[in-house]
Design a protein around this ligand. Structure first.
Ligand code: ZN
Length: 595
């Protein structure tokens, strides 16, 4: 039989040296589970298919193949699995014809001539894992599967084999995404086999990225990236350079060795990186590494090239005690820093209250000045006093410590609660500074985007992106690099006592094939985080409305207000004509400053 896709397309089905053991060990009845944590196109799919082909030909039984989505399952089935069978004179006659009326073939199952079935499972719909019984389940791309209320999809799939006891076999495979994701957790419970190679100097070890040496080159824009033409693979023991030919020979003569004695009995795990691939050179990997560094996308390099989970700044646990230390006594709603150029307010609507965060900003700081509650009976109704109180609050004059009036530039009001959409629409019609908003479920796209789909202007916000930014800024604020932050996120000590608990209430979790922010287990409230997200996007939005040099405009306005304040102190009536004149002079931005 032949490979039908990928780099080996058209070649005979001959496994690489490191693919053989995982295939063979599947036939060993003491093997309960095989875990394959690997970069793409190196270990997983070939091993999964080979195990399946062997079952079909030599050990017929029902088995199931599962992946992270319906399209992934279909891609595997129609793009790899069935076409490969077509190339084999042994396997082809075993499968019923898809047009055979007597066979029960559909998108969920394929029938064999001998009456056994292959079941095709979408692991993200746990419902379709019920009702089938198989001796073997083969799972791919489990890292992008989600643990739902119904449970861990791997465990649910495993449960399908329970009637077969020690005869059952589960193969779990994936490119890892991040530490302790579904594949990494499974690998950590296994005996953690690594592929050891022996250099001509006699030392046996594993290939690691640190053994790759290269020079850096400086680009025209001043940034330095690895120069792949200088790539050298170095033996960590004799320090000799290993050429491609020697690397291939070392791989051919390598062997798997378990590195975890505490692994669960019968659970074998394999992890391998592209440094072992006979299909690419180390130079090509360095070129990908340079690309990843340049694009700040090291996660992709770790996952897809090294076959390793990546722990980046988003996944680091935020320490609440450390966050608490960010509270500052020097400013709050009544002591707005003199440098403040504008105010934005963000509102989260709940049934019994509206919550609002008030953010002030200048070029280098975002001050979270306060977080206020407006209670009322049934806030889904515009008649609720919570809306009247909020209205009054937002329209007040915000003044700095020296008494200068700071313009309120935008008030973002969340309208994602379907029961309150109409109320938010009515409320935001009251003042030009009010904008109804809605968080997008998509993780890509613009930070804010005007939609008129509902018949009125609604700002659709990329909350995912903003949550990434907030997490980055918080990590930066807690690091020794705080002074180098492009903008400092600063918090008033007057914020509610559980403010930081709410701001750190979410974590990145895989869902539907991507990472999304979700409430951590045990956390219920995240309104403060939502308000911070909306408020920070409101600031970007307000700046975008002020033309190409928003800060210049805001500084000019600040000077005018300061002058006016001085005049105010001398003689009150002069201010009105002065104000009108000012408005005309400032041009397009003026409407944003005026009340
Ligand atoms: Zn050596």
């Amino acid at each position: 039989m032949k490979f039908v896709d990928g780099p080996n397309m058209g070649l005979d089905w001959l496994p690489f040296s490191f693919q053989k053991e995982p295939m063979d060990i599947a036939q060993d009845r003491s093997t309960k589970k095989i875990v394959l944590q690997s970069c793409s196109q190196l270990l997983k799919t070939t091993v999964l298919q080979s195990i399946a082909f062997n079952l079909m030909a030599n050990d017929p039984c029902n088995f199931a193949f599962g992946s992270s989505s319906e399209s992934e399952v279909k891609k595997f089935k129609d793009g790899k699995f069935l076409p490969a069978i077509e190339t084999s004179s042994v396997l082809k006659p075993l499968v019923t014809d898809k047009n055979d009326k007597n066979a029960a073939n559909n998108s969920k199952q394929t029938q064999m001539i001998n009456g056994t079935f292959i079941y095709w499972l979408n692991l993200n719909t746990p419902g379709n894992l019920r009702g089938i019984t198989t001796r073997v389940v083969l799972l791919d791309e489990v890292s992008t599967c989600e643990i739902t209320d119904e449970g861990n999809p791997i465990k649910l799939a495993e449960a399908r084999t329970s009637t077969f006891g020690s005869d059952s076999l589960v193969v779990v495979s994936s490119t890892p995404l991040y530490k302790d994701d579904l594949i990494n957790a499974e690998y950590n419970l296994s005996d953690k086999r690594r592929y050891f190679i022996t250099h001509i100097c006699g030392h046996e070890y594993t290939f690691e990225w640190e053994q790759v040496a290269f020079e850096f080159k400086t680009l025209e824009n001043g940034r330095a990236i690895p120069d792949s033409t200088t790539t050298r693979l170095i033996c960590p023991h004799c320090n000799e350079e290993i050429d491609e030919h020697t690397r291939h020979q070392m791989i051919d003569g390598g062997r798997w060795i378990a590195t975890n004695k505490e692994g669960e009995p019968g659970v074998v795990g394999y992890q391998i990186s592209r440094m072992y691939s006979p299909l690419n050179t180390i130079t090509e990997m360095v070129s990908k590494f340079a690309d990843a560094l340049y694009n700040f996308n090291l996660q992709t390099f770790y996952n897809n090239e090294l076959g390793l989970p990546y722990e980046d700044e988003y996944q680091k646990e935020l320490d609440i005690l450390q966050l608490e230390s960010l509270r500052e006594d020097e400013f709050n709603l009544h002591n707005i820093p003199e440098s403040t150029l504008g105010i934005c307010i963000s509102v989260d609507q709940q049934l019994d209250r509206n919550e609002a965060s008030i953010l002030g900003f200048d070029e280098k700081n975002i001050y979270v000045l306060g977080h206020e509650f407006f209670y009322g009976h049934d806030c889904t109704k515009i008649e609720s006093t919570a809306w009247a109180d909020l209205d009054k609050f937002c329209r007040q004059d915000f003044r700095t410590v020296d008494g200068r009036l700071v313009p309120t530039l935008a008030v973002f009001v969340d309208s994602s609660n379907g029961n309150a959409t109409d109320t938010v629409k009515k409320f935001t019609a009251r003042w030009a500074k009010y904008h109804p908003i809605k968080g997008s479920s998509s993780t890509t796209g613009d930070l804010f985007k005007t939609s008129t789909q509902a018949g009125y202007q609604l700002q659709i916000l990329n909350v995912h992106d903003q949550k990434n930014t907030i997490r980055k800024l918080l990590n930066l604020m807690l690091s020794t690099e705080a002074d180098n932050a492009p903008v400092k996120l600063r918090f008033s000590s007057t914020l509610p006592s559980d403010y930081f608990e709410q701001v750190s209430a979410e974590e990145l979790k895989p869902a539907g094939g991507k990472l999304v922010w979700r409430l951590k287990k045990g956390q219920k409230r995240n309104e403060a985080l939502d308000c911070l997200v909306y408020g920070m996007i409101a600031i970007v939005y307000a700046q975008s409305q002020l033309g190409t040099q928003p800060f210049r405009k805001l500084r000019e306005h600040k000077v005018q207000e300061s002058t006016k304040y001085n005049i105010n102190k001398v003689e009150e009536p002069i201010t009105k004509p002065e104000k009108k004149q000012t408005r005309r002079r400032t041009g397009m931005g003026s409407n944003w400053f005026g009340k």
